[in-house]
Each structure stands twice: as C-alpha cells, then as structure tokens.
Design a protein around this ligand. Sequence first.
Ligand code: HEM
Ligand SMILES: [Cu+2]
Length: 477
Amino acid sequence: MTHIENPALDRPSVHPGVRLYLITSLVLLVVLMMAGVLMRAIQAGWLALDAPHFYQLMTLHGAGMVGIAGLAGAALVWHFLSQHVELDARFMWANLALFVAGVLTVVGSILIGGYGGGWTFLWPLPAKSMGLWSAHAAAAFVVGLLLIGVGFLLFNLDMGLAITRRCGSVLKGLGVDQLISGRIDPSHPTTVVAASMVVIVNTLGILSGAVVLVVTLVNLYVPEFEISALLAKNLIYFFGHVFINATIYMAVTAVYELLPLYTGRPWKVSRPFLAAWAAATLFVMAVYPHHLLLDSVMPSGLIVLGQVLSYLSGIPVLLVTGWGALTLVHRCGMRWKAPAAWLFLAMLGWSLGVVPAVVDGTLRVNQVMHNTLWVPGHFHLYLVGGVVPMVLGFAAHMFARPQGRASSLTLPVVYGLGTLGLGVSFLAAGWASVPRRWAEHAPAWQGFDAWGVLAGGLVVLAVLAWVVGLQRQRQTA
Ligand code: HEM
Ligand SMILES: [Cu+2]
C-alpha cells in the first residue's frame, strides 16, 4: 500500500475546536518567537532595553511558550483521542475560553502592571518586587495562571472520564493490567496509552501548582499567611516540570498516528511500549527534584532520586518511539512528504534535547551549570526542535490538501538547522559559564548572543515561510 492509495490520507476532518486551538497556538508562537529573538538581540547589545522591561519580556516569552506548547499539545491529543473514545467537546471549548481569559490576564499583569517575576513565580518573588510591580499586578499574573490551570484540569478530567468509559480505568488505558497479566492486546490504541499517562501526571501536576498559586495569592494581600519556601519550590517545580514534559507526551500522538499513514505500516502497542509508558508515568513525576539539586536544604534522598531518575526519565518513551519511528520509515519506500519530514525532524530534536538534560541532571555538573544558559539550551532543543515540529507536521497534514502536501524538504531542513544553531548558541554560552536570566551581557558573552539572533531569526523565517506555503497549498490544491 502506498501513501497515495491510502484513503486515510485524503481529507482528514478537523474539529473546529482543534482548528482554533492550532490557529491560536501558531499565531502566539510566531509572536513569542520574535520576542525570543528580541531578547537575544538585547543581550547581544544590538538593541537597548532596561532590565525591568527585559524581565517582563522574558516572563511573557516563558509563560506564553509553556502555555502554547500545552495548548498545541492538547489539540493534537484531543484530535487523535477523539477517534478512539467519546470526548465531550464542551470541555475542550471551556479550556480554550479559560486559556484566552488567562492569557489576557497574564498579558495585562505584565504589560500594564509591570510584572516581571518569571513564569515560575518562585516564592516569595511575586510579593517582593522591590517596587517594580504592585501586589495587584502579581495577583493578576497568579489569577491568570490559575484560570489556565483550571481549563487544563477540565480538559484532562474529560479525557480521563472518556478513557475510563472505554477501558474501565485510566490505569487500564495506560495498559498496566496488560503488563501485569502478560496478555498484550495489540489493538489497544497507542494514543490512549499516551493520553492516560498525561491525564495522570498533568492532573497531579496542575493541582500542585494550584496549591502554591492560591497560597501566593492570599499572601500578596495577607503577608502573615506564609508557606515554607522550600515546600513552595518543590510544589512549583513538580508542576512546572510535569506540565512542560506533558506537552511532548501529548504531541507525540501525532507521530504514532500519522507516521503509519505515510509509511503504510501500522504502529501497534507491544510489551516494551507499554512498559516504557508506565515507567515514564512514574519517572516524570519523581524526577522533578533535579530542579532543586542546588538547594542544600533538600532531603538528600530526594536529591539522589532526582539525579538517578534524570538518567531514566525521558529515555524509555524516547527509545520506544525513536525505535518505532525508525522501523516504520526504514525501507518503506515512501516519498517523503512534508508532514512526515516534520515528524521525523521532531524525533531528532527531541533526542538531541534530552542529552544536555541528562548531563545537567548529574550533581557534579549541575553545581556548575545549573544557572547558566546550558539549561535554556537543553529545553529549547527539545521544545523548538521536538514539540513545535510535531505541531507543524500535524497542521501540515490536517490543513493542506493531499496533492498540495509539499514534498520539498527545504523548510524542515532550514528550520532544523536554525533550531540546532539556536540550541548550540545557548549550550556553548552555558559551557562558557554565561548565566541564564541576565538582562545585560558582558561583551565577552555577546558573540553567543549574536549567533543566537541569527539562528533564531532563521527559525522564525522558516515558520513564516511554512505559514505562507500552507496558505498557498490550500488555495491551489
Ligand atoms: C526563535 C525561537 C526562540 C528564541 C530565539 C528564544 C529565545 C529565548 C531567550 C533569549 C530566552 C532567555 C534566556 C536567558 O537569558 O535566560 C528564552 C527563555 C525561554 N524560552 Fe525561548 N526562544 C525561542 C523559542 C521558544 C519556544 C518555542 C519555547 C517553548 C515552546 C520557548 C520557551 C522558553 C522558556 C520556557 C524560557 C525560560 C524563561 C525563564 O527563564 O523564565 N522558547 N528564550
Ligand atoms: Cu525537569
């Protein structure tokens, strides 16, 4: 069977909600990528912006990008999951409405209120602005994140209920019962496994985030109401780590569902596949202390857990997915179409991004590298190089007519090179001990920044060209 005869490739129908999720994400993505290039240009000394405004820009970029990755990932997982279980679209709409309300509130807190405490709202920074922003501004930021969190909770609740109706429980959706009994059901959908994992970890993660957000909110107006700074940091990083990691576990459903269409080979669950997802469910939650390796007051058991699991956490799913993708593509005789190329690029970016993360998860390295640009280097590689291409590949598949799905690989290649350049500009700077989150850079560091502007610019151009190309394909095909 070749891809041309495959009826599933013809005209995928897209729910209007999914369409709106994608359009919202893509528009915000382009704008915030430009904000990223702007930050790099400021650090390079090409443009001048005072520090408080730089930190507002950084907060906007960080919070915005995490939200977008979540929204786009949600669109992908909803689309595929709805083919296997009965989802209630009202939850999806509610999530979108809360997202937009939350984003407007967050943008207001930053642009009008001057909030610049970073997307991680690390306790007690929101309340200790040294006069840069008011309690109201910090409160607006916190409320905005809460609105977005409630939306995602509802979204996950619906997925969880729908999976439970089909499989009996979310754990069965994950395939735990099959692992225990040893009887693997090859017809169990890969997407249901991924979605079950996301429901479990994201629900717990968002709840943990909501607890600190509410405490922070009360504290802004009632300063005597406090929480231990260490506990707050644990709750925040449990939430932040899980939420951003879940974006790739939502988006990867596009690889599982679309690569088989292009290669004409099925992707079935297997024992290693289910075992990898079950392990990742536990690891992704237990590994969060790798964000607190520098906190000497952390219980040492948790620190050791953070280091050991850093070597294991992302690896199982990456291995089964990378291996699966390679065996699908190997000698399948397909002519590379752009969507498949984007998805394959995503696998490369994801794999590359994990390497510096594992390096940084090592205590001895972390003591030197943690607050350097090494860390943005790792996560830009797997977000810009992994999550975003999954979304672009999905959108290219959904929105272009089959005849119009370009087989030119120029854009994915240019985008990939730009991403590599951007990632390496951060990693190299981190290697040279350039600190992260500094508005002003010393002249000796600015070579890395300049290189980052050029590479980031290339990424933005590739995305813009992709949008134009998609429009043209829709019109001519
Ligand atoms: C053209 C693409 C992009 C460029 C040029 C860019 C640039 C930057 C820069 C310069 C920083 C601040 C680094 C520092 O000094 O600490 C940053 C931070 C960050 N970026 Fe990007 N970025 C891009 C795309 C993305 C994407 C696609 C995502 C996520 C999907 C993302 C997520 C983040 C996050 C979470 C932070 C951390 C903010 C913080 O430290 O509080 N970026 N980016
Ligand atoms: Cu982490």
